[in-house]
Design a protein around this ligand. Structure first.
Ligand code: BEZ
Length: 212
């Protein structure tokens, strides 16, 4: 049974570039992003790991810990890490799991046998502080992921966990949001005192509320 949204993220202990990684302990009370790579010394993955490292301040701002995974042994990861710094200008600044025995890949369903029988696909799991899977993305090996989109979805999850809103198509931090249909107009008057625009009775748009 594949992992689904709302499921508990499986815990594990596995080798990583920071030594043995106890996943739940490492995440602590933070959000987590776990993302997988087909193999070490591959060009698309090199760009992704450099970009995720460059964006560390953005992940930190959102209280997110990033963890990468590739199915090669940890010694190989060490040499690849030097290449990543060299090629992208950003040194790896989060653990990269060495899943040579496919323990984590099996737990998270990262091998899609009809795509490739041994290499992991490019999956992303966003995990909340309660260790619940809140977002899954799966890309083919030939397509690098968009880390701005990953940050955007985390912004949406964190906002909609706090306020009774949802975020519309292509929404970005600071843009207008949708009042959820579970909120009556009466309740909306107290929750959104600045008001809203009713486009349809089920589509009410308001300014993004700010956390205090
Ligand atoms: C890459 O990371 O560049 C890559 C890995 C596996 C297949 C194709 C591309």
């Amino acid at each position: 049974m594949p992992l689904q949204l709302g499921d508990a993220a499986p815990d594990f202990t596995q080798q990583s570039t920071l030594g043995p990684l106890h996943f739940y302990d490492y995440l602590g009370t933070s959000w987590g992003v776990l993302f997988s790579h087909p193999a070490d010394f591959t060009p698309v993955c090199t760009t992704e790991l450099g970009e995720a490292s460059r964006l560390k301040p953005e992940f930190d701002k959102r209280n997110v810990k990033v963890v990468g995974l590739s199915v090669d042994p940890v010694e190989k990861h060490g040499t690849w890490a030097s290449d990543i710094a060299d090629a992208t200008g950003s040194a790896l600044n989060f653990p990269l799991i060495a899943d040579a025995d496919r323990q984590v890949s099996t737990l998270y369903g990262l091998i899609h046998p009809n795509a490739d029988s041994t290499a992991t696909v490019r999956s992303v799991f966003v995990i909340d502080p309660n260790k619940i899977v809140r977002l899954e993305l799966t890309y083919p090996a030939s397509t690098g992921r968009n880390f701005v989109e990953i940050l955007r979805t985390i912004d949406s999850l964190q906002l909609t966990d706090t306020f009774k809103v949802a975020t519309p198509v292509n929404w970005k931090q600071g843009e207008d949001v949708i009042i959820t249909t579970a909120v009556s107009d009466d309740e909306a008057k107290t929750r959104f005192p600045a008001g809203w625009k009713t486009v349809k009775p089920y589509l009410r748009v308001t300014k993004q509320p700010q956390a205090v």
